[in-house]
Design a protein around this ligand. Structure first.
Ligand SMILES: NC(=O)c1ccc[n+]([C@@H]2O[C@H](COP(=O)([O-])OP(=O)(O)OC[C@H]3O[C@@H](n4cnc5c(N)ncnc54)[C@H](O)[C@@H]3O)[C@@H](O)[C@H]2O)c1
Length: 333
């Protein structure tokens, strides 16, 4: 497929705004429609792009878009992805692929027979530090990966529409919403499936299991320690630490705060200032549009994102029951 690609954006919240900004850096891509049920939100994103504000997915499809970009809360992903694929469109869907594994199975079945491409927004694979580290591993720079530690901690994100992030039923809490990035990244770097997960978690004033520590064993013997939390002080920002230890070397990086800078006003709160914030999203979306033009394969196949979701849900289950989950046999709905 050559020429211009037209995109319809489903959802007009925080991540939709980031995607819309990143389209501008993707040559030959045009945002033509935005849908969101909350009055005014779609217009704020559509306006600067000259895109139409429409009511829903059906109306986006009626615009004839080549691509549907699903940026809605996870519990809505399956219906949207299945419908857009059934209409013959290419689909980029934000992480986590779905909220539940039942929904994930519907998405996988739809992707198998659809003519369009489906890729999932596991953006950690495109974060410059994460990607560079993975390149070092892939070129044999630290030998076989044996131990990974990955920590991502922040305050409860305050922006979600009607508070869906704060509702564990809607978001799965930090182990799913945030942890799925780490589980996906580590699995990608190790190159071997997760086979066992154990997790302990503590509650906080912002919700259950909002401090969490998970250990994962992979089929090739590698192990990982994944920490995530939404209960850290907001003034600390979003903090990330990672370490990859292999048979011949060790690689680590840390962002004391993930944002590029800090804005101090004479009056009022300190604000994290994210001047480079869309750099991984530009790479992620660019890779997706390139794959659409090339006729595949999807940069992050749904089956891989489902595996990452399953690991996150197993960690949640382990935290709830106190038992280790054997992923080789675990059945969950
Ligand atoms: N990759 C990342 O780093 C990252 C960061 C933030 C969010 N996300 C993911 O992006 C998705 C959206 O998160 P967000 O932070 O933008 O949430 P948000 O609450 O800011 O925005 C979601 C928007 O979707 C709209 N919406 C809900 N149902 C809809 C429907 N059926 N049709 C059209 N619009 C609908 C809501 O009104 C809201 O405006 C989630 O899956 C989240 O996990 C990913």
């Amino acid at each position: 497929m050559t020429g211009e690609l037209t995109v319809g954006l489903l959802g007009a919240g925080v991540i939709a705004g980031v995607h819309a900004h990143a389209y501008r850096a993707c040559p030959g891509v045009r945002l033509v429609g935005v849908a969101d049920p909350v009055p005014g939100k779609a217009g704020r994103i559509a306006g600067p792009h000259g895109a139409a504000v429409v009511a829903d997915l059906e109306a986006l499809l009626a615009l004839g878009v080549d691509v549907v970009d699903v940026c809605t809360p996870p519990a809505t992903h399956a219906d949207a992805v299945v419908a857009a694929l059934a209409a013959g469109r290419h689909v980029l869907c934000e992480k986590p692929v779905t909220r539940t594994l039942d929904e994930a199975r519907r998405v996988l079945a739809a992707a198998q027979t659809a003519p369009g491409l489906l890729s999932i927004g596991q953006v950690a694979r495109y974060a410059p530090d994460h990607r560079a580290a993975r390149d070092v591993v892939a070129s044999g720079g630290i030998g076989a990966v044996r131990l990974v530690t990955h920590s991502s901690t922040s305050a409860m994100p305050g922006w979600s529409e009607a508070g869906w992030l704060a509702d564990p039923t809607s978001s799965g809490g930090p182990l799913v919403d945030q942890g799925v990035h780490a589980f996906d990244y580590v699995r990608w770097v190790v190159g071997s499936p997760a086979v066992r997960v154990h997790c302990v978690a503590a509650d906080s004033g912002v919700g259950p299991a909002t401090y969490a520590l998970a250990t994962v064993r992979y089929a090739d013997g590698a192990i990982a320690h994944v920490e995530c939390s939404w209960a850290h002080p907001a003034s600390r920002g979003f903090t990330l630490r990672a370490e990859l230890v292999g048979t011949t070397g060790r690689l680590s990086w840390a962002n004391d705060q993930m944002m590029a800078g800090v804005l101090h006003r004479r009056e009022g709160d300190t604000e994290w200032w994210d001047a480079l914030g869309d750099r991984e999203f530009t790479a992620e979306l660019g890779a997706f549009f390139d794959a659409v033009r090339a006729g595949g394969p999807p940069p992050v196949p749904a089956v891989e994102a489902v595996e990452s979701l399953r690991t996150a849900l197993a960690a949640l289950e382990s935290a709830r029951t106190g038992r280790t989950v054997d992923l080789t046999t675990w059945e969950v709905r």
